[in-house]
Design a protein around this ligand. Sequence first.
Ligand SMILES: [Zn+2]
Length: 368
Amino acid sequence: MTDYKPMWGKPFYEKIYPTNSIIMACNTRIGKGVVKGILQAAKDTDSPIIFELAKSESDLQGGYTGLTPAKYGKFVADVAAEVQYSNYIIHGDHIKVGKPEDIPGVKELISAQIEAGYTSFAIDASFLYDESGTNDKEHLSGNINATSEVTHFIEEKLGHKNFGLEVEVGEIGKKDPKTGLVMTTVSEATTFIESLKDHDVHPHFLAIANGSVHGFQYDKHGNPIRQEGIDIQLTSDIGHAIKPFGVKIAQHGITGTPLDIIAKKFPKDVIGKGNVGTNWMTVAWDVLKIFEPELFETIFKWTNDNYQKSGIPINETFLKYSKLAILEHFDELYAVNETTEHALASAAYTSALMFLKAFNSYGQAKNL
Ligand SMILES: [Zn+2]
């Protein structure tokens, strides 16, 4: 009998590693229909796939999606069994250690994720950047220590090292008031990975600050614009510097990046994982606008009533803050009828095909 539980991260990533392809990681804040469409697209194209939620999206209280790790793990595994596809991972995205005192809470969250069947984890201690340090190692020491401690906790908890591991250097989207977006340097990336190896920590993916931002960016009318800010040369340089350590880059903040740029310009020999989040939410909103107009209107109004600021276009407010309406309308979103669910799955399916093709994922699950 085939088991449709998520696969273990380490062997999964190691088998995909030699291919020039990016594994798509989907932050499906609204799971209904969407997870099914993505899994069906992955199955039909033999693509490896990751489902993930960040700590802000899913924590022990449910985060802003209303999904605790237990709920999310069960939801995804149930859909995988329905679709009959097993080449997937459930990953804890941005398990944030903002300060050392966060570590006990992080361990509690990870324990719940393990219990829920998660097989891969992203420890994000990039915020622990020590400005007072005089070299990369000193700047990064807080991050190195926190990342190591949490990784060893996962090993002990699981009793093995078969899990997937993503780590983060350089806070994504961090801005310097004078110079703009702060970028990770090659030396920071290699120092970080080497230091982790000294602590017997062996990540599969490294998230870097390379010019991407989470979610959309907007023009003055509040319309999303093409995100072309990812520094491809820097990404490639860092990627080639860390590749000898068996580490590839996890590219965050892909929503908004034109697919043709991903298809043609992303260095797929060094980018191994691509996170797509906001896209799945807008796919759901577009469907609900037509299939559940009353519910959509309620959500639109709730978002604007709570977050509209003068001078900001209404559609920008909606795209930025509607994620916070999911928890508020959780029951209605998960109770939509079969017709709506089918439309959600179909829209997610088409969108997933586009990303999987641009990521060169087609056929790569044959390696698993
Ligand atoms: Zn991210």
